[in-house]
Each structure stands twice: as structure tokens, then as C-alpha cells.
Design a protein around this ligand. Structure first.
Ligand code: AMP
Length: 220
């Protein structure tokens, strides 16, 4: 029997992914949140789940170690899109990819120093604006970097903006809006089409129903 492997992003995206999976009929056979396992069987004999760091999800899908994946658009923008399609915007875990800096900082003259874990996104963004930027790779706690003058700006994801505010920073320019996407390995879509297509249809109907609900709520 042919099997499908779906790579999920752990953390806040996972919390919003599990209800969607349940709605398309996929339920892990144990509680993912309270387990230290990385691979989970499901109620469907032909589907298993991997729980990974977001940055590893596109890699697993690109190389076919997972057939499908769910990851934030920020991660996909940083990673590039080799080897997979991105057919569905699931509309969950929405946030914004932004530049941010210290409140009331004087404008930078000359080269700007930017700290971020999104070095590819940042390089492209500043190059497109024609701004000369030195990009510094960090793995976390980006908000600290301008505070101790490691950099002039950061590129990070912003949801409520509270984390920036708590560290004396302000959002500056929007680079992209972010939400989680379903991605599919290109080869798997051909070879396992019969298994994958019903799932794509299921996710698409869920998303269409949500968009409909949201537009009704907005016009009410
Ligand atoms: P906030 O204080 O609400 O602006 O949240 C900012 C922090 O929460 C960011 O530095 C991110 O690390 C994290 N965050 C916010 N939204 C998301 C998301 N959709 N996916 C992953 N991490 C997020």
C-alpha cells in the first residue's frame, strides 16, 4: 500500500494545523503535544505525520522524505521553492514579515546593519530598495540586537507588535504578509496523485468555507 508522509511545523502553527487535519479526516493516534516523538501514526493506515522545526519542513518535502508539508510563508520565502508546489494558502498563523528598529532612532547614513534569521529575504528586500545592507544572521531573540547596537534594523515576523514594543522597537516597513501554506513534493503529486488529490480538495473546501464565513462576517 502506498503511504503518505506529511511534515508539520511544530509550535504555534501545529496548534492551528491539528484542527484542520481533523476536518479533512486525519487524526494522530496519540496526543502530539504531550509526546516527545517526532513521527506519528494516524487513524488512516496510509498517512503518517512528522513534527519538525519549520525551517526543515520545506527541505523534507523538497527531497521527497515527506510528500506534503505545512509551513509558514516566511520559511518558504527564506528557503526558496525548489522541488515542491505551494497549492494552498491555509490562512492560519497569519502575521507580517517586517523591518523594525528602535523607536525614534536617527536615520542611518551609509550602509545599514540588519540582524535577522531571514537572511535571504533581507538581502532581496534591501537590494530591491537599492539600500546597501550588511546582513547578520541570528537564530533567535532578534529584538535584542538593535538594543545593544549590534544592528540598526531587524527583519522579523510581527503579530500583535507586543514583542517589539516591549523591547523599545517599532515596526517600520512591511515586507510580506505571512500565513501557513500546504506544500507538495512535485514527484509525489504525480506518483501518488490518487492519495494526494482528495486531500488537496479537502483543504481547498475548508479554506473556501472560511473565506466565505469571513466575508459574510465583514459585511454583516
Ligand atoms: P507579537 O509580539 O505578537 O508581535 O509576536 C512576535 C513574535 O511571535 C515573533 O517574534 C515570532 O517569533 C512569533 N510569531 C508571531 N506570529 C507568528 C507566526 N504566525 N508564526 C510563527 N511565529 C510567530
Amino acid at each position: 500500500m502506498s503511504q503518505l508522509t506529511i511534515a508539520l511545523t511544530k509550535g504555534r502553527i501545529l496548534k492551528e494545523t491539528l484542527p484542520l487535519l481533523a476536518e479533512v479526516g486525519i487524526v494522530p493516534s496519540e496526543d502530539i503535544a504531550s509526546s516527545r516523538k517526532l513521527m506519528f501514526a494516524t487513524n488512516r493506515d496510509d498517512i503518517r505525520l512528522l513534527v519538525l522545526r519549520g525551517t526543515d519542513v520545506p527541505t523534507y518535502v523538497q527531497f521527497g522524505a515527506a510528500d506534503l508539508g505545512i509551513a509558514g510563508k516566511d520559511t518558504l520565502l527564506e528557503n526558496g521553492d525548489d522541488g515542491y508546489y505551494e497549492p494552498i494558502d491555509l490562512g492560519i498563523s497569519r502575521c507580517r514579515l517586517m523591518t523594525a528598529g528602535m523607536v525614534d532612532a536617527p536615520p542611518v547614513t551609509g550602509r545599514i546593519r540588519v540582524a535577522t534569521k531571514y537572511i535571504n529575504v533581507a538581502r532581496r528586500y534591501y537590494a530591491e530598495k537599492g539600500v546597501q545592507a550588511d546582513i547578520i544572521k541570528l537564530y533567535g531573540a532578534m529584538e535584542l540586537a538593535p538594543l545593544i547596537e549590534l544592528c540598526d534594523e531587524i527583519v522579523d515576523i510581527v503579530d500583535t507588535g507586543n514583542t517589539l514594543k516591549a523591547n523599545g522597537l517599532e515596526p517600520r516597513e512591511l515586507i510580506d504578509v505571512v500565513s501557513s501554506r500546504l506544500i507538495v513534493n512535485k514527484g509525489a503529486l504525480k506518483i501518488k496523485h490518487k492519495l494526494i488529490q482528495p486531500l488537496l480538495d479537502g483543504f481547498s473546501s475548508l479554506v473556501a468555507a472560511r473565506v466565505q464565513r469571513e466575508s459574510e462576517a465583514a459585511s454583516a
